[in-house]
Design a protein around this ligand. Structure first.
Ligand code: NAD
Length: 498
């Protein structure tokens, strides 16, 4: 892919965040290249749609099987280009395989023609919905889960019969190309799922290239730019944006499990997870006992580039400054570190940090930190914890550790997803939708909603027989309206009994 485009002038290097080693050089695709890719995709989409659900199921399952057979290669590439440990890259691929399997096998049931009930007045018509593919979907992805996150849009869009043009993050283009090359090798078609490479300018070109929808995953700031660019052509968007996910620990929680999951949820992948636990609210009655357990566990976690590391380097160098700024701001405002401290940022790594006494207006409580930093806050009770958690513009995921009140707490949290007595579980369930509210975006990927997100729900009616007294006609007889009026009073005019 790189060689074929080497004639273009502007290129960029993808480098290892751990060592700085150049992994590969890629072209910065401009509007011409992006539009050409979209045109090729539009051509190819017809054939892909005509394969039908069964043909696409087989093709997507072949793609899945090839990705799985290439596990070692892909895991090694993700480790080199993103920096995460092999184990994390493997989990990412495993989750993606589950989603691929689900989308391939369930698209026909979810998107097949669905009969709709008629009404008394239109009893002579049959009615149904057909979920038609949109055409070409532009997918713009981030670097933090370079396999799982973009595939969460790509495979659902493909299963629904669309072609895809994917712009991976400029930090993980090699992984993006690996995915598209594997699809081409498995399916024998290079135009149904293509990759364009480059930075934000390439993403912007994709928004303006006349695609039928843009599925964007990234930061809220870029999400706004994507939406503005798409507005010019009324191109619809699904925005999967950042998060500041809260965990709530109630008085009857299993504190060992809560502490263990808080550390993993906050620090796996160096905290560079949109659904990372970024705030922990603990009710007063168990605060001290929870904190002891959390400190003990978080102190054992180690970053590094070698095989024994729990998490890797910070992938995006600029993020190191954000993490350092959040820590400095928290300390200036009176926060204390009970694990780690001001020296935690040692580029390209950040050591685990657990903060207490953090005021609600500190940056680390309000903005996405995207680092292995866990602020822990004491709440009076569960209602107070929910109120504190909800006083935040983000609304992606959330976690609740509780027994008696677990479900009401999960329901009351302002978020797109919530997990009870675990963290992030919803992302691994292909049958559930994933997406946020507020600053975390809108629209859904994954599950039946994620399949429908990439379709046009087309409503069709078919008159089965003509009525002797046509209503929708200038030729209707004079007696018809008074009769309909009477029928309407009988059917709809009575107030419900108390
Ligand atoms: P980012 O917003 O900087 O970039 C995302 C993508 O947008 C990249 O491919 C980038 O090249 C492209 N881009 C940049 N400017 C653009 C423009 N003007 N027009 C079109 N595209 C443009 O985000 P990032 O740093 O790559 O990823 C981290 C962010 O992604 C975090 O906020 C994280 O929470 C979020 N994220 C969200 C989810 C989710 O499911 N909600 C999943 C993973 C990551």
């Amino acid at each position: 892919m790189t060689a074929a485009r080497a004639t273009r002038s502007a290129t960029f290097d993808s480098t290892s965040p751990a060592t700085g080693e150049v992994i590969a050089t890629f072209p910065v695709d401009g509007p011409d290249q992006v539009e050409a890719a979209v045109a090729r995709a539009r051509q190819a989409q017809r054939g892909w749609a005509e394969l039908g659900f069964d043909g696409r199921r087989r093709a997507l399952l072949a793609f899945k099987a090839l990705l799985v057979r290439r596990t070692d290669e892909l895991v090694a590439l993700v480790h080199r280009e993103n920096g995460k440990p092999h184990a994390d890259a493997l989990i990412e691929l495993l989750l993606s395989a589950e989603h691929l399997d689900w989308a391939a096998r369930h698209a026909a049931r979810v998107l097949g023609p669905r009969r709709a009930a008629g009404t008394l007045m239109l009893a002579n018509h049959a009615a149904w919905v057909e979920y038609q593919p949109l055409g070409v979907v532009g997918v713009i992805g981030p670097w933090n889960y370079p396999v799982f996150t973009p595939l969460g849009s790509i495979i659902y869009a493909l299963a629904a019969g669309n072609a895809v043009v994917f712009k991976p993050s400029e930090l993980t283009p090699a992984v993006g190309c690996f995915l598209a090359d594997s699809f081409a090798d498995a399916v024998g078609d290079r135009a149904v799922f293509q990759v364009v490479t480059g930075d934000g300018t390439t993403g912007e070109a994709l928004c303006r290239a006349g695609v039928d929808k843009v599925a964007f995953t990234g930061s809220p700031a870029t999400g706004r730019k994507v939406m503005a660019a798409c507005a010019e052509r009324l191109t619809p968007v699904v925005l999967e944006l950042g998060g500041k996910d809260a965990m709530i620990v109630d008085e009857d929680a299993d504190l060992d499990a809560a502490a263990s999951q808080a550390v993993w949820g906050g620090m796996a992948n160096a905290g560079q997870t949109c659904l990372a636990v970024e705030r922990v609210y603990v009710v007063d009655a168990v605060y001290d006992r929870f904190l002891d357990r959390l400190v003990e566990r978080a102190s054992r976690v180690r970053p590094g580039a070698g095989p024994g590391a729990d998490f890797g380097p910070i992938t995006r160098p600029a993020q190191l400054e954000v993490i350092a700024r959040h820590l400095d701001d928290a300390f200036v405002r009176g926060a204390r570190a009970v694990v780690g401290g001001p020296e935690a940022v040692r580029p390209p790594f950040v050591d685990p940090v657990v903060l207490v006494d953090v005021p609600a207006d500190a940056l680390v409580m309000r903005e996405e930190t995207f680092g292995p930093v866990l602020p822990v806050v004491r709440a009076r009770d569960a209602d107070h914890a929910v109120a504190l958690a909800n006083a935040d513009p983000y609304g992606l995921g959330a976690a609740v550790f509780a027994t008696r009140r677990a479900e009401p707490i999960a329901r009351a949290l302002r978020s797109g997803m919530a997990s009870i007595n675990s963290v992030l579980t919803f992302a691994g369930m292909p049958s559930l939708p994933l997406g946020g509210v507020g600053e975390s975006g809108f629209g859904r990927v994954h599950g039946p909603d994620g399949l429908r997100e990439f379709t046009n729900p087309k409503a069709i009616t078919r008159q089965r027989f003509a009525l002797p007294f046509p209503v929708q006609s200038f030729d209707r007889p004079g007696y018809l309206l008074p009769a309909l009026r009477q029928a309407m009073r009988l059917r709809h005019g009575r107030a419900p009994r108390k």
